[in-house]
Each structure stands twice: as C-alpha cells, then as structure tokens.
Ligand binder design. Structure first.
Ligand SMILES: Nc1ncnc2c1ncn2[C@@H]1O[C@H](COP(=O)(O)OP(=O)(O)OP(=O)(O)O)[C@@H](O)[C@H]1O
Length: 238
C-alpha cells in the first residue's frame, strides 16, 4: 500500500461525449506541494475538479487517506478534508469577508467543531483579510478576493489544498503573500498542496514536485529540485 495522502488510478472524465482526462494516475505524498502544469486546455482544471468532486469520474478511482472517495459528492469531500480554491475564486459577493470565511468553516463540517470561529492563523497568513473583515466580497480587489478564497478553503482545516491558478491576474506583492502562506501551511501545518499554475517561476520557488499534462494525460513527473522550470516548460511546450 502506498503512503500517499491522495492517489488516483486510471482516472477519466468527460464533458458529455467529449473525453478530456485519460488514465490519470497521480500520488501526493503527505506534506508536499505538487505543481500541475501544462498548456491551456490540457485538462488541469478538470483534474482538480474531479478530485474536489465538482466533476465526475467516468472511469478509475480516487483514494484519499485510504478511503475510496470516487463516488462522494463535493461537500462530503470537503468535509473529509479536501479544500478547493477554484479558478475565478467564486467568493460570495453579497457576504462580508468574515461571512465568506465562515462558509469555509461549515464546509469543513465536523473537522472544526460546531461553533468554531475562523482560526486566527488565517488572519496571520493574510492580515489584510482582518482589516477588511466587514467589507462585502463583491467590493474586493482581485488580490483580496484571491486571499479570501484561499482563507475560506483553509478555514475548513483541510489536509489537502487544491488551488487553480491562484496568481492569475494578481499583482506581485500579493503573489509573494500567497507564496509565503502556502509555504507556511505546508511547513508548519503539514498540509499537502496540489496547485495548477502557469507561472512556473512562482511555483518552482516552493513546490517539491511537478506533474505535467498534455492532451488529458500525465506525460511527465519529477522533482523541482532536479529539473528546472525552463527544462520542464520545454518538455510540455508551455
Ligand atoms: N464545461 C465544459 N464543457 C465542455 N468542454 C469543456 C468544459 N470545460 C472544459 N472543457 C474542455 O475540456 C478540456 C480541458 O479543459 P480544462 O479547463 O480542464 O483545461 P486546463 O488545462 O485547466 O486549461 P486552462 O489552463 O485554460 O484552464 C478543454 O478542451 C476544454 O475546452
């Protein structure tokens, strides 16, 4: 048996008749960060969605902490310990920052207790969120929304954090804060991270490993310590 926190075997997914994931097998070791990379449209977001439960698998299986979660709906996976920060952030525009964070608490379900509060470490990671805690989500800048989306996923105390292009359209100082936050949750909380990212220099600064996709399949994997971002970018023609 593997010691992976999450693994997929033979995973496939489709939009109607159009298959977009083929025979995907990945393994995420506990406490590691893995970059999922590849050109636009190769299936990275679909794979993240299949793991989070927002897309269904048409074949294969997904095992999380030893349990087969392939058939579980998304809310049960969130409760089981999978946090998801989708592309486009999907924060609630009419709820305040604090209320958005509280939805993350309830998504985490029993893992954080009945009348739990938003953990202080989320405000330590993103101090701006505390300063704007009473502001409505719809009035935030893109960088603030991204911090909120990550904070909301962290509020559920996940063991696995899935992030879909968190640096997209974000200014450099916020990108640095996101990098620091991801390092901290991995290094001090032992969280496992799977991150879809086009900005390879960013993700190479902290990820331990990478999986490269082409045409809905994993075509390469390895360590960010032994292969440079430029070498891997060349391999997958980014
Ligand atoms: N809702 C949908 N209906 C039909 N086809 C879709 C849908 N969403 C994505 N696709 C198709 O599935 C394939 C994989 O898309 P996906 O978004 O997973 O790729 P990606 O690697 O994440 O790309 P990007 O970097 O552009 O987000 C693409 O060919 C895309 O056109």
């Amino acid at each position: 048996m593997s010691g992976a926190l999450l693994s997929t075997e033979g995973l496939a997914s489709a939009y109607g008749q159009s298959q977009v994931l083929w025979d995907v097998g990945i393994e995420l070791a506990p406490g590691t960060a893995t970059a999922l990379i590849g050109r636009n449209g190769v299936g990275k977001s679909t794979l993240l969605g299949a793991i989070a439960g927002t897309r269904s698998a048409t074949a294969g299986r997904i095992v999380f902490e030893g349990a087969d979660i392939t058939g579980l709906p998304a809310y049960r996976r969130a409760r089981a310990g999978i946090g998801y920060v989708p592309q486009g952030r999907h924060i609630f525009p009419h709820l305040t920052v604090m209320e958005n964070l509280e939805t993350g608490l309830s998504a985490g379900g029993g893992r954080v207790g009945g009348n739990a509060r938003v953990p202080q470490h989320i405000f330590d990671l993103f101090p701006k969120l505390h300063a704007i805690r009473d502001r409505k989500g719809g009035f935030l800048s893109g960088g603030e929304q991204q911090q909120l989306a990550i904070g909301r996923a962290l509020a559920g105390a996940p063991r696995l954090l899935l992030l879909d292009e968190p640096t997209e359209g974000i200014q450099p100082n916020v990108v640095q804060q996101i990098e620091a936050a991801l390092r901290t949750v991995r290094d001090t909380l032992g969280m496992t991270i799977l991150i879809v990212e086009q900005y390879l220099d960013f993700v190479w600064r902290f990820a331990d490993g990478y999986c490269a996709m082409q045409g809905g399949r994993i075509v390469g994997r390895g360590s960010t310590a032994t292969e440079t971002a430029a070498e891997v970018a060349h391999l997958v023609q980014i």
